[in-house]
Design a protein around this ligand. Structure first.
Ligand SMILES: *Cc1c(COP(=O)(O)O)cnc(C)c1O
Length: 239
């Protein structure tokens, strides 16, 4: 677990100001992009602290850890448990927990996983909102589908009753140059707009993290996934 350092209210406020400024500069509405607080590796008490500051969207990378937090919030805040986004890589043997607990899944990149999530989504819950993760940089080490394979996967996902395809997500390679940071986001947006002509109800572009949220918002992000800028540094990057 990472330790939550003092200063959460100030860090959160700074991120909210940065997001509002990015939207304003881009000429977009002030509520055009949702802030997802990425709470992975932080204890549920950190999520509670953020919840008390008005955060309702949480992003989690590890299935078990996320489910524990969701269970806590459903028990403690049954009328307002927040919206839970699974954003990490998902093995097909762990789909059931995501289907049964999460509201959103940002990192869908295989039909096999999509089919399992759809079958395992409980009938009493609304369809799971899903985004296709796109590997815009073509990095061999990264998850996500190649840009030219997105349309084919999208058409299959739209047919699955337990899922609601909402849009696309990406995690670009790290870049230092500000102009360069725009490029992968612009590519994802172009892909998104092309896909919208076939599937008009797509409405979500999940892109931008602590280091590049401003660039992502200027290219049309409707969700930014921000972790360290809100919660502080993580003690361990991975389990
Ligand atoms: C960890 C993570 C984030 C948040 O990263 P920060 O750099 O801490 O803002 C966003 N998206 C995904 C998919 C992540 O795994």
């Amino acid at each position: 677990m990472s330790e939550l350092k003092p200063g959460l209210p100030e860090r959160l406020e700074a991120v909210r100001i940065q997001l509002a400024a990015a939207l304003r500069e881009a000429g977009r509405k002030e509520d055009a992009a949702r802030l997802i607080a990425v709470s992975k590796t932080f204890p549920v008490s950190a999520c509670e602290a953020a919840w008390n500051l008005g955060v309702r969207d949480f992003g989690e990378n590890y299935v078990q850890e996320g489910v524990e937090k969701i269970r806590h919030f459903k028990a403690v805040h049954p009328d307002d448990p927040g919206v839970w986004h699974f954003i990490g890589p998902l093995q097909s043997n762990k789909t059931k927990l995501v289907a049964e607990h999460f509201d959103w899944m940002h990192s869908l990149d295989r039909l096999k996983v999509a089919k399992r999530l759809s079958e395992q989504r409980p009938a009493a819950m609304p369809p799971l909102n899903v985004l296709i993760e796109v590997n815009v940089d073509g990095e061999a080490s990264k998850s996500g589908v190649a840009p030219d394979e997105v349309a084919e996967l999208a058409v299959e996902i739209v047919r699955l009753p337990g899922l609601k395809l909402r849009g696309l997500m990406t995690i670009p390679a790290k870049r230092e140059d500000e102009e360069e940071k725009h490029r992968p986001f612009r590519e994802l947006r172009t892909l998104f707009e092309r896909l919208q002509t076939a599937i008009p109800d797509l409405d979500t572009l999940s892109m931008g993290m602590s280091a590049d949220m401003t660039e992502a918002v200027s290219e049309g992000a409707t969700m930014v996934r921000v972790g360290s800028a809100i919660f502080g540094p993580r003690d361990y990057p991975n389990k």
